[in-house]
Design a binder for this molecule. Structure first.
Ligand code: MG
Length: 281
């Protein structure tokens, strides 16, 4: 009996020693990072160069698109349309999304056809990074606002214009990449009709106080075909035609819509990433 106890004690001691040794190895493997004698940021628990601050989450980046092939979204993106189906979309009034999906792209069917109309994401989004690719009709038809018109509508109310703005004059705040009716793009980076074009949009949702008044406006930063067209621009209110946009209070998230303006614009490779704050998992 004494011998058995002795063996148990020796065994337990050996296990504890091995565990301690393993932890020592793990601790030794963890590099000592940063500094502990630096000032803290105002209002933050973290110091300057704080090695204990959470490491940024690793995200496998995507790949760029070519005219022939859409790129791959970043690993953590929510893919809204991958060229196959519109299951993440619905029509207005909860009708099915009636756009034609063909050859890896979805096309606005134009007014007057069955199932046509604006389509909206089934999920809702607030602050987000949105990637959209579109191609306006080739050969082009129409002119001014009647040529390749569609739009990206955050909250189904703040519109980034889609238009064939290649050698097509229109009022400047109605060009492709305009915040429609408010700000023209900083430059016109449009490609010819039929070419795939990209919008990369960073959208900050507006905030409202409990009494419904505006606390902070929506902001847009945006690249059109890789060229900056809006730089943290404050949106003036919901999209309006021949009027000034106004804010109406709404919740923190809403659908993203693709506008049907009666021209058969094609879309492909649409993805979104929700924007979180710093130090978030
Ligand atoms: Mg439009």
């Amino acid at each position: 009996m004494i011998r058995r106890k002795h063996f148990l004690a020796v065994g337990a001691t050996a296990i504890a020693a091995t565990t301690a040794f393993a932890w020592t190895l793990i601790a030794a493997d963890k590099p000592k990072l940063g500094y502990t004698d630096t000032p803290s940021y105002p209002g933050s628990k973290w110091r300057v160069h704080d090695g204990e601050r959470p490491q940024p989450k690793i995200v496998e980046p995507g790949t760029c698109s070519t005219q022939e092939q859409p790129g791959k979204p970043p690993r953590d993106a929510i893919v809204l349309f991958d060229g196959k189906d519109l299951s993440r979309w619905r029509g207005e009034g909860d009708r099915p999304a009636g756009w034609l999906v063909e050859g890896g792209a979805a096309a606005t069917p134009g007014h007057g056809k069955p199932g046509s109309g604006t389509i909206l994401t089934r999920d809702e989004f607030g602050d987000c990074q949105l990637h959209v690719e579109f191609a306006t009709p080739n050969p082009p038809t129409g002119r001014d606002q009647g040529r390749g018109n569609s739009g990206i509508m955050f909250f189904n109310r703040y519109e980034i214009q889609v238009l064939d703005s290649y050698e097509n004059l229109t009022y400047p705040d109605g060009h492709a990449a305009a915040i429609y009716g408010q700000y023209p793009p900083l430059v016109n980076a449009s490609l010819p009709p039929g070419k795939w074009q990209t919008y990369d949009i960073v959208f900050t949702a507006p905030r409202f106080k409990s009494d419904g008044s505006l606390e902070s406006p929506a902001y847009v930063t945006m690249l059109h075909n890789g060229v900056l067209v809006h730089n943290h621009t404050a949106i003036l209110g919901a999209v309006a035609f021949r009027a000034l946009g106004k804010y109406e209070p709404h919740g923190p998230k809403g659908p993203i819509a693709l506008q049907d303006h009666g021209n058969p614009v094609k879309y492909r490779n649409i993805w979104v990433r929700e924007i979180k704050g710093y130090d978030q998992p």
